[in-house]
Design a protein around this ligand. Structure first.
Ligand SMILES: Nc1ncnc2c1ncn2[C@@H]1O[C@H](COP(=O)(O)OP(=O)(O)OP(=O)(O)O)[C@@H](O)[C@H]1O
Ligand SMILES: [Mg+2]
Length: 609
């Protein structure tokens, strides 16, 4: 006998299942799609324990007769490839007749189904050993499938599942994607018996978006309509000025199916360039239609990765179309993100010319009690980092920044810089101060990033939790899918000085903010949206606690520093440099960007030669 053996079908199915059914959310997606394929107008999804113990999908679609009800669990059983002429059309939608077989290989299943023309329904049960039992039963027209104890027979896969909150969020994501493709269908989602979404059939996509994501979002959207011979695009994009306020709602669909595309995302982001600050992503709901033969949806088992024949042309179309839409709504010109924007060109500001034109030493307006990072009455969010172990005097040990290349060696010689007498703030964004070898330039935002990073890290490591200020509780709608995030990361938030607790099924109550953070209602809302984004992205990517801490601290620091107020006085500059040189690395940001630089005497000389 040769070495080759045919895998028993149960094992083959289990292996294939790994590709189609990665987590409970994939089951939800496949079952919902089947319901829509069956012409349902009402689809109910009920899950328990984030889908680990039960996923039940009930529809009022066409149902199946008894023979099909048994056959549908066979691999490659699909009613959707009826004739060869259908094949190309069908393939483009990716019917593989694989989903139910895959799910049945890794879970226990109860199916009840009835066609309108039949008197009785069929019940099919698939048990722990893959054995099938069939009986007649009473049931309404349509299909109900219960999937129990997912991955009961594949412990490795079970172990890979994340926390209930993460898994449930994936379920809500899949539910959202499907619900956004069919506003005309009513959908319900419940978790452990609680209603998460109850969506009635909607008059239009806009109503569906509103029902699904909250009334707040629709006012922030503008229509998009792009038509070329290759692709037509319709849907909505967010106003640039709202980009910070809304939670990440970025969706692409093609021919009625959700897909992910970092490449097309880039096209959209490029269209918004200079209209939204760094690190902020606008919402978009973009529905592409292309000739089905020009896309391949089968390159990934879950069909969320899609290959377009002419993807670079579509990229250009998206970019140009969105740019034009934004221009037509005249967002481009009117929006001024000034201090938050990407402009990093040194600008000589008023504060600079004032000093230049007068003999008055900048230290004149030195106010020793002034802390630039105290919440100013009218300020945006201003981080507080005044409590760190910064030296309080006006000098620092320059050995702290000898690690860099070029002319840092020279600095090593000088032990201290007397700074308070000669600080110049250029454009609010840069600090210039003389050192023996020339002029030291400090990038303010990056300096803040480093300072905040170390402060956040200390807080996360619980060495010195950030102080908090109680406020009159602010209720913030975050959507049911996101409420659990605040529970899951409660201790992290607490160490950072936040007190945020669930308030209703889809909102949280913010009871305290870190010292120094703006606590007016609008800022609180913005902060909550940012926190969510940070926690959910970092939480999904990093599993080691230290990595998570460092990643979180970096994100918080970047977010905090991006909102800095331009420095106004040499005293503020002084404070900043004190704080900076008290950190472990005054030279580079946590992500490796240069904070300080020296223009040497030689370089200055060259300018006059
Ligand atoms: N809710 C349902 N209502 C009616 N028929 C269904 C339902 N779910 C599944 N079926 C039938 O079972 C068949 C197999 O479903 P399955 O999801 O395994 O494959 P598919 O939908 O054809 O392709 P894919 O693997 O791409 O999902 C379907 O083609 C359909 O005929
Ligand atoms: Mg299917």
């Amino acid at each position: 006998m040769g070495k080759l053996q045919v895998l028993p079908s149960q094992i083959a199915n289990m292996i294939a299942a790994g590709e189609v059914v990665g987590r409970p959310a994939s089951v939800v997606k496949e079952l919902m799609e089947n319901s829509l394929d069956a012409g349902a107008t009402q689809v109910t999804v009920a899950v328990s324990d984030a889908g680990r113990t039960l996923i039940r999908v009930i529809d009022n679609g066409s149902g199946m007769d008894s023979a099909d009800a048994q056959l549908c669990f066979e691999r490659h059983a699909t009613s959707k490839i009826a004739e060869a002429s259908d094949l190309e059309h069908i393939l483009t939608f990716g019917f593989r007749g694989e989903a139910l077989a895959s799910i049945a290989a890794v879970a226990q299943i109860t199916l009840k189904t009835r066609r309108p023309q039949d008197e009785t329904a069929t019940q099919v049960e698939i048990g722990s050993y893959g054995e099938m039992s069939v009986s007649e039963c009473a049931a309404p027209v349509g299909t109900s499938i219960a999937v129990r104890n997912l991955f009961y027979n594949t412990p490795a896969r079970r172990k890979f599942l994340k926390s209930d909150n993460v898994e449930f969020r994936h379920i809500v994501d899949e539910f959202t994607h499907v619900a956004l493709t069919r506003p005309d269908v009513a959908f319900t989602l419940t978790h452990n018996g609680r209603d998460i979404h109850v969506l009635k059939a909607a008059k239009s996509l806009k109503y569906r978006i509103q029902d699904l994501l909250g009334a707040g979002i629709t006012g922030e959207l503008v229509d998009v309509e792009i038509n070329t011979s290759l692709v037509s695009v319709s849907g909505f994009i967010g106003r640039p000025e709202d980009a910070r306020k809304t939670l990440g709602n970025q969706y692409f669909f093609v021919n009625g199916r959700y897909f992910r595309s970092p490449y097309f995302h880039k096209a959209v982001m490029n269209a918004y360039a200079e209209m939204v600050p760094d690190g902020v992503t606008p919402s978009y709901f973009l529905y592409l239609s292309v000739d089905p033969s020009a896309v391949d949806v089968n390159i990934s088992p879950t069909k969320t990765e899609i290959k377009f024949e002419e993807d670079s042309v579509i990229f250009q179309t998206l970019f140009a179309g969105i740019r034009e839409t934004l221009g037509r709504n005249s967002f481009g010109a009117s929006i001024d993100f000034d201090t938050e924007g990407a402009v990093e060109m040194p600008q000589i500001s008023r504060s600079f010319s004032e000093y230049k034109n007068s003999e008055i030493a900048p230290s004149v307006d030195f106010d020793p009690s002034y802390n630039p990072f105290d919440p100013a009455p009218s300020s945006d969010y201003v981080p507080d980092f005044g409590s760190g172990p910064a030296p309080s005097g006006g000098s620092y040990d320059t050995r702290k920044f000898v690690s860099g290349g070029d002319n840092y060696g020279a600095l090593f010689e000088e032990k201290t810089v007397q700074a308070s007498k000669s600080m110049i703030v250029a454009g609010g964004k840069y600090v210039l101060t003389p050192v023996a070898s020339g002029v030291l330039l400090v990038h303010v935002r990056r300096a803040l990033t480093r300072i905040l990073y170390e402060k956040m890290l200390r807080a996360l490591q619980a060495e010195s939790p950030v102080g908090r200020i109680s406020l009159f509780p602010v209720e913030v709608q975050v959507g049911a899918a996101h409420v659990p995030t605040f529970v899951e990361y409660a201790s992290i938030l607490e160490s950072l000085g936040f007190d945020i607790v669930p308030f209703s099924t889809d909102s949280v109550s913010v009871n305290a903010m870190p010292e120094g953070w703006d606590s007016d209602e609008l800022s609180v809302r913005d902060t909550v949206a940012e926190l969510l984004q940070i926690l959910e992205e970092e939480g999904a990517h990093s599993s080691l606690p230290q990595m998570m801490q460092s990643a979180l601290a970096q994100r918080f620091a970047r977010t905090g520093a991006a909102r800095y107020q331009p420095l106004k006085s040499p005293a503020e500059a002084q404070q900043l440099l004190d704080e900076l040189f008290a950190t472990s690395n005054a030279d580079l940001t946590p992500s490796g960007q240069r904070i300080t630089s020296i223009v040497g005497a030689e370089e200055i000389e060259k300018r006059f030669s």
